[in-house]
Design a protein around this ligand. Structure first.
Ligand SMILES: CC(C)(COP(=O)(O)OP(=O)(O)OC[C@H]1O[C@@H](n2cnc3c(N)ncnc32)[C@H](O)[C@@H]1OP(=O)(O)O)[C@@H](O)C(=O)NCCC(=O)NCCS
Length: 324
């Protein structure tokens, strides 16, 4: 039987760290009040990495891709598919995947972007898995890369404290050993308004609101219910029990959302990877960054069963269950 396996991971964060205290000072200059205590208690976030102006998703994604290739021990020339999940592409077109392909110095393979906001990585991983299993590709780079700071309204304290920038990447390869075991993707477009960046560029002008807007409480409730059911469904699809999952690598939006889901699934907190205290919500980059962090610090080992979950604007959500 043909499987696809994650054979390498990489993560890259822009060097500038902005702590909650730094942000409180920055917002105070605009007459807005926030505090480390408010942000930490409501979200678990303590700091985020912020890209300098001009730093792009393709630059962050290329760095993460290089690290993932080195970890996998394969040369970029062996990659015949690049899928980038991003909501902050460098351009309207060409895709960020094509720009990363160029920065890696390769050409010829397929390259395209996936737009599923914070679920983007699990959507991209599932797509790459299907393309490898169907014989269309052999070795894929799946990358989540975001400069979310560029679409935040830094005068909206309800959203600007939640997000950060970064990129995570995995190398996925054809294998005779079990790798990706099951996946489930979902969307409910009727909920598009609860988390969106509604503006666009048209006829040479920005039309509408170019900043991220969110109904935080609606997103919170939707995420908990959707991801709980998704975890149960994908585990059943793989004919596993929830107790057989070694690690949960959830989207890093809010530690309270993660804890709610963990409790509903009976997942001990020691089995849940949390990086949002350091990274905040990096949208499509959050899951591959967390996966990489837990592999590199030795928690996730070869053979472990890992549940990766994304949820975000659209509304979109999904789960991928993989044996590492
Ligand atoms: C955003 C979120 C942290 C807000 O927490 P909450 O408990 O729902 O807080 P509320 O929005 O009800 O706001 C409570 C108060 O805090 C205030 N507040 C909002 N942001 C604040 C900030 N950064 N600092 C201080 N006060 C803040 C609000 O203005 C409100 O004040 P009021 O009671 O005087 O009106 C929470 O809803 C959340 O995490 N939702 C999910 C968001 C998410 O994960 N999005 C990404 C999904 S991919």
């Amino acid at each position: 039987m043909l499987y696809t396996k994650i054979i390498g991971t990489g993560g890259y964060l822009p060097p500038r760290i902005v702590s909650n205290d730094d942000l409180a000072v920055q917002l105070a200059e605009q007459g807005l009040e926030t505090s480390d205590q408010w942000i930490t208690e409501r979200t678990g976030i303590r700091q985020r990495h912020i890209a300098d102006k001009g730093m792009t998703s393709s630059q962050l994604g290329t760095q993460a891709a290089r690290l993932a290739l080195a970890d996998a021990g394969i040369d970029a020339s062996e990659i015949d598919l690049i899928i980038v999940a991003t909501s902050t592409p460098d351009h309207i077109f060409p895709s960020t995947a094509c720009l990363i392909q160029d920065q890696l110095g390769i050409s010829g393979g397929a390259a395209f972007d996936v737009q599923a906001v914070c679920s983007g990585f699990v959507y991209a991983l599932t797509t790459a898995d299907a393309l490898i299993k169907s014989g269309i590709a052999n070795n894929a780079l799946v990358i989540g890369a975001e400069v979310f700071s560029s679409i935040l309204d830094w005068k909206d304290r309800g959203t600007c404290v939640l997000f950060g920038d970064g990129a995570g990447a995995v190398v996925l390869s054809k294998s005779s050993e079990p790798g990706i075991l099951a996946a489930q993707l979902n969307a409910d477009g009727s909920q598009h308004g609860i988390l969106c960046t509604a503006g666009n560029v048209s006829y040479g002008e920005v039309v509408g609101d170019p900043f991220l807007r969110m109904d935080g409480q609606a997103v919170f409730k939707f995420a908990v219910n959707a991801l709980t059911k998704s975890a149960q469904n994908v585990t059943a699809k793989a004919q596993l029990e929830l107790s057989e999952i070694d690690w949960m690598v959830p989207h890093q939006a809010n530690v309270r959302i993660i804890n709610f889901i963990g409790r509903k699934l009976g997942m001990p907190t020691e089995k849940v990877v949390v990086t949002l205290d350091k990274h905040a919500n990096t949208s499509a980059a959050s899951v591959p960054l967390a996966l990489d962090a837990a592999r590199k610090d030795g928690r996730i080992q070869a053979g472990n069963v890992v549940l990766m979950q994304g949820v975000g604007g659209g509304f979109t959500w999904g789960s991928v269950l993989a044996r590492m």
